[in-house]
Design a binder for this molecule. Structure first.
Ligand SMILES: [Zn+2]
Length: 277
């Protein structure tokens, strides 16, 4: 009989493995073949990349339960705890998030901001033309409406998805076009906002995907015991705004690789905003 999953008081944080690995290990203890896991560890682990789905077969070899069954149970149990997630953006002062939280994407508001920014550029006419064209296309205008985007792993936001911190809103970036890049980089400071959300606010499909990710890494780490936590490309789309009470911190990455411009490294002169003081 499986024990209750006791998450403790801290949120699940992907980068702090013990926050989820230890509770899951206790939860699975009655179904785990510890001798088999120890034997595989003694042999130096398995030659299988951490991201391979074959880890799910390995799971079924070392646990007396199907991966899918455990993943569904875990997805349900995740509703009882919270998750540390991150939001990449470019702002002058991160205190705006402490006052307003993170709001859902509102195309009318984004259009107004894009227009204000475009008017500050010497080549404003072409930028405004891009914007007019973008808002005319309904699919473009309404993309991301009523949603907000978060990442499970902040290393992704300073790595392959650094464009949020380098350029800010993806909607404005798309609306103004390529020729607005230097303009958009001239305002604000690259910022990563740290957030703690109740996992019950995440859609059931996303919760299941998170559960799959956790269980797969659970078996990978149990056997191979690497001294690193894999960087995961795991985005979370939320359909409700984040209140200020769920904002738990922020930081400003000093340098970012720009994937839009041949991976040039962009360093920001300003490394602190008024809210850092
Ligand atoms: Zn700051």
């Amino acid at each position: 009989m499986k024990s209750e999953l006791n998450w403790g008081s801290a949120p699940i944080a992907w980068g702090q493995r013990s926050s989820w690995f230890d509770p899951v290990t206790d939860w699975l203890s009655a179904e785990t073949n510890s001798d088999e896991i120890r034997s595989l560890r003694r042999q130096g682990g398995l030659e299988l990349c951490w991201g391979e789905l074959e880890w799910r077969d390995v799971y079924e070899n070392v646990c007396d339960v199907e991966f899918e069954t455990s993943a569904q149970e875990l997805a349900q149990a995740l509703c009882d705890t919270s998750l540390r997630v991150f939001h990449g953006c470019r702002v002058e002062d991160a205190s705006v998030f402490l006052e307003q939280g993170i709001r859902l994407n509102d195309p009318s508001e984004l259009e107004a901001r894009a227009r204000r920014l475009a008017c500050l550029a010497p080549h404003q006419e072409s930028l405004l033309q891009n914007l007019e064209q973008f808002v005319k296309e309904e699919d473009s205008f309404n993309r991301d409406i009523g949603a907000l985007h978060l990442a499970l792993d902040d290393r992704e936001l300073i790595g392959d998805c650094s464009h949020y911190a380098l350029y800010g809103s993806e909607w404005i970036l798309s609306a103004l076009g390529w020729s607005a890049h230097s303009l958009l980089r001239s305002f604000g400071i690259p910022t990563i906002i740290e957030v703690e959300i109740p996992i019950r606010d995440v859609s059931p499909a996303m919760r299941k995907a998170l559960s799959d990710q956790i269980l797969q890494e659970w078996v990978h780490f149990s056997i191979n015991q690497p001294d690193w936590v894999p960087v995961v490309d795991f985005g979370i789309c939320l359909r409700k705004p984040i209140p200020p009470s769920q904002i738990t911190g922020h930081y400003h990455p000093k340098s970012l690789v720009d994937v839009f411009h041949e991976k040039v490294v962009r360093t920001t002169a300003k490394s602190a905003c008024p809210s850092c003081a």
